[in-house]
Design a protein around this ligand. Sequence first.
Ligand SMILES: C[S@@+](CC[C@H](N)C(=O)[O-])C[C@H]1O[C@@H](n2cnc3c(N)ncnc32)[C@H](O)[C@@H]1O
Length: 244
Amino acid sequence: MRLTLIPGLTLVLSACCVFSQEPKGAPSPYEFKKVHDPNGTGKFFKGREIALVMGYQAAAWLERPEREKEEQTSKLVKALKLKPEMVVADVGAGSGYLTFRMAKLLPKGKVFANDIQKEMLEILRKRAAELKAANVEPVLGTETDPKLPNSGVDLIILVDVYHEFAFPLEMTQGMIKSLKPGGKLVFVEFRGEDPEVPIKLVHKMTVKQLLHEMKDHPLKYKETIGILPWQHIVVFEKVERSQP
Ligand SMILES: C[S@@+](CC[C@H](N)C(=O)[O-])C[C@H]1O[C@@H](n2cnc3c(N)ncnc32)[C@H](O)[C@@H]1O
């Protein structure tokens, strides 16, 4: 399968990323449509078409030298206001472009680098060895479970990932479970509101859609940080819900 993410760039999708079956039992929150965006899956969640997953073959694109200029990732990392002892999870870490930039700011903490593609984690493991980044722990998740420790994470960041989740509802529940009370869930997505951002539609998200998808979760919307050229940074905080 091939995926055009930005005009002029075609990325290969790996066979690993064909969606698995829906869990049996409860009515599905997902809808399937035959007519859909060629870059999408035909599977919809709350009116949004889920994008195809970027395969590990595209890891070089994630590490492209011009990424800093295009996405200003150093500004992004600064905006997270990381503290040296924090435990961070980079969900959908890919090759670890952001993981290693965060890990060096966490000398007393760590980064869980999660992904569903073992090949991505292999690339990441090699980099961790080269960089002697002992505070990076690769975590192989599933499409429905990030496999992070319960109430063990201060901040979860997803950079260009959430729109690819085959099971966004279950993944969000799993991520919230892993957050400490008051922990932050940070989405970095290409701005769906902005036609000038040169990324295919299903690989973008609007803030309105993200708020719609998060509204039933025990999360409080904190802010949208608009300092990046192409993406917005949308921050939520975990709240405890009292039992009815
Ligand atoms: C476009 S890449 C972004 C990688 C990285 N965040 C970055 O910005 O360099 C999206 C990544 O999300 C991963 N992904 C997709 N669905 C996932 C899921 N349910 N759980 C964890 N990772 C997932 C893919 O395997 C892929 O590595």
